[in-house]
Write a protein that binds this ligand. Structure first.
Ligand code: MET
Length: 366
């Protein structure tokens, strides 16, 4: 498969990948710089099929976004409103959030995903109370919620450390952590795009605390803005090393920077070729992450289908028009909703096998 590659270093990296050997950071950067789309795609697809065959996971989920009022000012964000302008944003009460949960009472959803702005008045105990009420209403619904950015803020205000805070929320009903807030770990980029929120070590420490009590989590990376390939690899390297220690991550989710209505709108968005290379290198580099996800509300349906040939084995869930994060940033999917039948068709159209999963990748019979 790889013999057509004339660059001998690329060929040697390809042989290593085919032999199931880990690549180094320098080799990762080299793949980004010199690997053609077709070469990277062939390697990533080989890994994907070795790990998962044709299986492509999706789930039935919905989101709750408690608020978009936020104390932080990430330059890539199109969604948040500062507290000083809170009347331009929204802030849901506990009852309004429970009403969202109740809307799904007769539907076989398995997961609620809760993230949002970091509102200065929404405390650790407020969210613990929300978690308890959701669990009291629907105990089997998996609650995946809060990024380390949100958690770090609420833990600091409540004067608890990461371990104490995670244990407290887990006991209140939090089952796992989503992957958000990671952006780009390297301080030289992080300081330019989201200087005021939790740094790389803080992000990783909160996931480590979650893993230490048996919770699982995901990890994201926001790419395609001012970062260089070295920063992407540095980001993935930090995650890969931590995964060697804890084994608690399920899924890596590259998130594409979208440029509508934010302070980085002058930066052009990455091309589809760059997006597919990103997935492919992620699949090759993150050898200890079981799953690679293409988040379809961000990428669009056709591109999500394409990604299934570039290492991706998960396309997220039904969503039911319950998140505004990417629609406000200019995604083509302005009201993201798919039925499970539509998700299955999307997957089958590209000759992959749809498999409904729960958050932890247990199969859902249905
Ligand atoms: N508040 C989260 C973070 O920065 C993101 C939620 S989506 C707007 O991590």
């Amino acid at each position: 498969m790889c013999n057509g590659e004339s660059d001998s270093r690329l060929k040697q990296i390809g042989e290593q990948v085919m032999a199931d050997k880990r690549i180094t950071p320098a080799e990762g950067v080299y793949l980004f710089e010199k690997g053609s789309l077709s070469y990277l795609g062939a390697l990533a697809n080989h890994i994907r099929e070795r790990m998962h065959g044709n299986k492509t996971y999706y789930n039935r989920n919905f989101h709750i976004e408690p608020t978009n009022v936020c104390v932080f000012s990430c330059k890539f964000c199109s969604y948040s409103r500062l507290y000083a302008h809170k009347e331009e944003g929204w802030e849901l009460t506990t009852d309004q959030m429970l009403d969202i949960v109740k809307k799904y009472d007769d539907q076989p959803v398995t997961e609620v995903h809760i993230v949002g702005g970091v509102h200065p008045k929404l405390t650790l105990s407020f969210f613990a109370d929300l978690l308890r009420k959701i669990k009291a209403h629907r105990p089997e619904l998996h609650i995946k919620g809060f990024t380390p950015v949100e958690l770090d803020y609420m833990f600091r205000k409540a004067k608890v450390n990461a371990e104490e805070g995670m244990k407290f929320l887990n006991e209140a009903g939090l089952d796992s952590l989503p992957g958000g807030g990671a952006e780009i770990f390297s301080p030289e980029i992080r300081e330019q795009i989201c200087a005021d929120k939790v740094d790389a070590d803080g992000w990783l420490a909160i996931h480590r605390a979650a893993h230490s009590i048996g919770m699982h989590s995901n990890a994201t990376m926001l790419y395609g803005h001012i970062e260089k390939y070295e920063h992407r690899i540095d980001h993935m390297e930090r995650l890969r090393s931590m995964q060697d220690e804890t084994g608690g991550f399920n899924t890596f989710i590259p998130l594409k920077f979208r440029n509508k209505d934010n302070e980085m709108s002058h930066i052009p968005e990455s091309s589809i070729v760059e997006d597919m290379k990103m997935y492919a290198v992620a699949r090759i580099y993150m050898d200890n992450f079981p799953h690679l996800k293409a988040y379809w509300p961000m990428l669009g349906r056709n591109n999500a289908q394409l990604s299934l040939s570039f290492g991706v084995n998960d396309i997220d869930g039904t969503i039911d028009d319950s998140t505004k994060i990417y629609s406000m940033a200019g995604s083509e999917e302005q009201t993201p909703t798919m039925t499970s039948e539509q998700l299955k068709t999307l997957i089958r159209q590209v000759r992959r096998e749809p498999v409904e999963r729960d958050t932890l990748y247990n199969l859902v019979e249905g």
